[in-house]
Structure formats: structure tokens, C-alpha cells
Design a binder for this molecule. Structure first.
Ligand code: GRF
Length: 214
């Protein structure tokens, strides 16, 4: 995937116009909430999509007056069919970029290839350490003293793609998954709006397989 993005500046738009985004979330949606609460980001959220009809993220979006959609995994035969349906829903909204904010499904190529270098994910570790859904637990198990937050462009591998930004978080004596994750989330909530604003403004691109702030 990264190779298809070589030397392109997909987020730059003539005349400096802004880019609308879709946010995909499966759970509580605290990261989504930070985006909804930001007056310069909120008008550019065209849609919030979840794979879970009961995701609290959908309630947060509805409360903010943002359109929502649910695309159920169980309505589709396989990952590609699910990914294609999701891509169609996002395209219909007019969104040109996608933010994965706690979206717990792996996206297949029918989605990823539809938005080349226009999908970012937030992950609770310093990638490439601890990809997957148990990143905080694994950081504790390994006894690392520093973990953190990564925002990265998404390719077809799990928690993989050009890294946009990282923030370290120190592991403290006696940390549990809950205490460490809550300190990581404080940093997530600071970092994600900065990256999303850069996407909306067309100030982020991928060049030579690396993320570049313009
Ligand atoms: C965050 O920790 C994020 O890094 C991970 O999923 C979690 C989502 O949290 N991908 P929330 O739903 O935004 O509170």
C-alpha cells in the first residue's frame, strides 16, 4: 500500500479548501468526542460509522448532530464484502478521508485501496511495538518502561503503515491495564485533534512511504 502512495500529496486541494472526514468507531468513542468538541473539526465530520449498533460513539455523534451509519459484520459474507459496503457508505457521505478511532474490525483492500493515504488510525502503543487489540496489556507483560500513542496511516496490515505522530507515556510502578490506558488516553485526546486538523487542512501526505507534514 505504501508504495502506491509514493510522491503523491493526496490531501492538498487547490485553493486551500478543507477536506471532510468520516470517523469509524466501535466503542465508547472518547476520541471521537474530542473531535466533536473541537469547533474547527466538528463541521468537517461528515459521518460517524460503527460496526456495532450499541456503540456509545454513535450516541455521541447523534448528540452532536452528526449523521451516523451502522455497517454490521454479520450482514456480509467476508471481510472484502464488509469493507466494500463500508467504503460505499463513507463515499456517499462525501468524506474524502477516514479516521479510525477505536474501530475494532480489520479493513480489507476494498476499503483501504479506495482511500489511498487518506486513512489514519490511533493505537495505544509506540508502534511497531505491540500491534493488535491487547497493546496496553502486552506493554505491561513485557515490562517496558515507556509506551505511548501512535497515529499512523493505514495500509492492509494490522496497525501498520507510515507513522504520522507518536507521544511517549511512562509506565509507572503498580500500573494496571486500566491506569496505564487512562494515561495513554489523555495523550490520545491531545494528539488526535492535531493530526485530524492537519488532514482537514490538507497538511499531511505520504511521500516515499513516509508520512510528511506539509
Ligand atoms: C483507544 O485507546 C485507541 O487507541 C484504540 O481504541 C481505543 C478507543 O478508545 N484504537 P475510545 O473509544 O476513543 O475511548
Amino acid at each position: 500500500m505504501a508504495s502506491s502512495a509514493l510522491h503523491c500529496r493526496p490531501h492538498q486541494r487547490p485553493g486551500g479548501s478543507k477536506i471532510d472526514i468520516a470517523v469509524l468507531a466501535s466503542g465508547s468513542g472518547t476520541n471521537l468526542q474530542v473531535l466533536l468538541d473541537d469547533p474547527s473539526i466538528r463541521p468537517h465530520i461528515a459521518l460517524v460509522v460503527s460496526d456495532r449498533p450499541d456503540a456509545h460513539a454513535l450516541r455521541r455523534a447523534a448528540d452532536a448532530g452528526v449523521p451516523t451509519e451502522t455497517v454490521l459484520w454479520s450482514d456480509h459474507t467476508d471481510r472484502d464484502a464488509f469493507s466494500a459496503a463500508l467504503a460505499a457508505v463513507v463515499e456517499r457521505s462525501g468524506a474524502k478521508a477516514v479516521v479510525l478511532a477505536g474501530f475494532m474490525r480489520i479493513l480489507g483492500s476494498p476499503f483501504v485501496l479506495r482511500f489511498p493515504s487518506r486513512i489514519v488510525n490511533i493505537h495505544p502503543s509506540l508502534l511497531p511495538s505491540f500491534p493488535g487489540s491487547h497493546a496496553v496489556e502486552q506493554a505491561l507483560q513485557h515490562g517496558v518502561t515507556i509506551t505511548g500513542v501512535t497515529v499512523h496511516f493505514v495500509d492492509e496490515q494490522v496497525d501498520h503503515g507510515p507513522i504520522v505522530a507518536q507521544v511517549p507515556v511512562h509506565v509507572e510502578e503498580g500500573d494496571t491495564v486500566e491506569t496505564l490506558h487512562s494515561r495513554i488516553q489523555v495523550e490520545e485526546h491531545r494528539l488526535l485533534p492535531k493530526v485530524v486538523q492537519a488532514i482537514i487542512d490538507g497538511h499531511l501526505s505520504v511521500e516515499g512511504g513516509r508520512a510528511r507534514w506539509l
